[in-house]
Design a protein around this ligand. Structure first.
Ligand code: NAP
Ligand code: G4F
Length: 355
């Protein structure tokens, strides 16, 4: 049987790397688009890469979602059966600082791919758009599903809303197999270091080995529905294996605050903490025998001009139609992240002590 060909934008990111792994296991030929960078940016996929002079099913191409010509040429040359559009300026906080760039990449980037598909008239191509729970900025119901109202609260959310709607518009107008996954927060050992979960687990692991002093965080009271990226990328693939294109919410159905995340991570690593103070003066105090020290402080620069306070998803449709069965929960996600960060921190502390 002929091997399926997939093209992934954002292959160097958290999801892109796990998805490439999954598709290679499923015997796909996988092409990924990477950005030119002055330093290495392929750390998450280096283990998959084989010099193309030797036998490989994994190919990388330079490209950028702001560059229509390259997107068009790559799709035209590769003729993929499936395109996964995971590339984005994906940081909500940064989108307030770089709104125009975020709209270019996270919004218009999607349109560039859809236009290439339309112009090339490639038959049987399937397109996946990485939509997000950031579309649901305001709580209208108890939980959010495919029919909930959208109310984005950031330039990132607004850019993703454009991408979400334009995907539906191309599906309905041009009969393109274009689906979306409205994924709630998903984390992993490969999560970028500036997202709050990774910031916390990395800091605690390094603190354990004496490599850090204090962590600065923003809003501790925002609630998120957190899952594991390994479970969620499998659903991205499943969404494109359905008979008809559609939209699916992928979530755990449980919501925890940032503070809950800190408390659980501290418990797992064996740190006894108490919280004192209020507002910007709130702090977590580490109690070690009779000694007390400040472990976490609040820094107002990590607050956003507008915040999504509460997210919880309702994935009934995915449970039924995609047979969604996540292997990880809140506690095992944190354990996985901590185990990984502890082994990295241990290595760093050994290096430091050997110097
Ligand atoms: P991520 O780790 O931030 O990865 C983003 C990827 O996009 C990286 O490979 C990045 O390349 C690439 N990229 C950035 N700007 C680009 C540009 N101008 N042209 C081409 N590629 C570009 O994000 P993730 O967590 O894997 O998320 C994957 C997708 O799902 C994103 O679209 C995100 O917005 C969306 N999403 C994520 C979550 C979540 O909780 N993780 C939830 C819902 C939706 P570099 O490595 O070079 O920076
Ligand atoms: O980890 P975060 O930056 O993720 P956020 O904003 O929820 O966005 C992530 O999930 C979305 C899905 O809902 C994706 F679409 C998006 O691409 C991204 O992957 O922040 C989580 C919460 C926020 O409420 C934030 O205000 O944590 C709060 N927070 C508190 N202190 C912090 C910090 N966030 C960050 N990044 N850094 C802090 O120090």
């Amino acid at each position: 049987m002929k091997k399926k060909i997939a093209l992934i934008t954002g292959v160097t990111g958290q999801d892109g790397s796990y998805l490439a792994e999954l598709l290679l296991k499923k015997k796909y030929i996988v092409h990924g688009i990477i950005r030119k960078s002055s330093s290495f940016n392929t750390g998450r996929i280096d283990h998959l890469y084989i010099d193309p002079h030797y036998k490989t099913n994994f190919f990388l191409h330079y490209g950028d979602l702001t560059d229509s010509n390259t997107i068009y040429n790559l799709i035209s040359q590769i003729k993929p059966n499936e395109i996964y559009n995971l590339g984005a300026q994906s940081h909500v906080g940064v989108s307030f600082e770089n709104p125009e760039y975020t709209a270019e990449v996270t919004g218009l980037g999607t349109l560039r791919i859809l236009e290439a598909i339309r112009f090339l008239k490639l038959k049987n191509i399937k397109f996946y758009q990485a939509s997000t729970s950031e579309l649901f900025g305001k709580k209208f119901d108890k939980s959010f599903n495919e029919n909930s109202n959208f109310y984005p609260k950031s330039p990132y959310g607004a850019s993703k809303l454009f991408s979400h709607w334009i995907t539906k518009i191309y599906r309905e107008s041009y009969d393109i197999f274009a689906s979306t996954g409205i994924l709630f927060n998903h984390e992993s050992p490969r999560r970028g270091e500036t997202f709050v979960t990774k910031k916390i687990t990395r800091f605690l692991a390094r603190k354990f080995y004496g490599l850090e002093k204090t962590l600065f965080l923003g809003n501790l009271y925002a609630k998120r529905d957190w899952g594991h990226a390994i479970d969620y990328v499998e659903m991205q693939w499943k969404i494109l294996q359905q008979r008809k294109p559609d939209d699916y919410v992928i979530s755990s159905g449980k919501s925890y605050s940032v503070k809950d995340f800190v408390n659980e991570a501290c418990k797992q690593i064996g740190f006894k903490i108490i919280w004192v103070g209020k507002g910007l003066n709130e702090r977590a105090i580490l109690i070690n025998k009779n000694k007390r020290s400040t472990l976490i402080k609040i820094d107002k620069r990590y607050f956003r001009p507008s915040e999504v306070d509460y997210l919880i998803g309702d994935s009934k449709k995915a449970f039924k139609e995609l047979k969604f069965k996540p292997k990880y929960n809140f506690k095992s996600l944190i354990r996985d992240m901590l185990n990984h960060d502890m082994s990295l921190a241990k290595k760093d502390s050994l290096l430091l002590n050997n110097d």
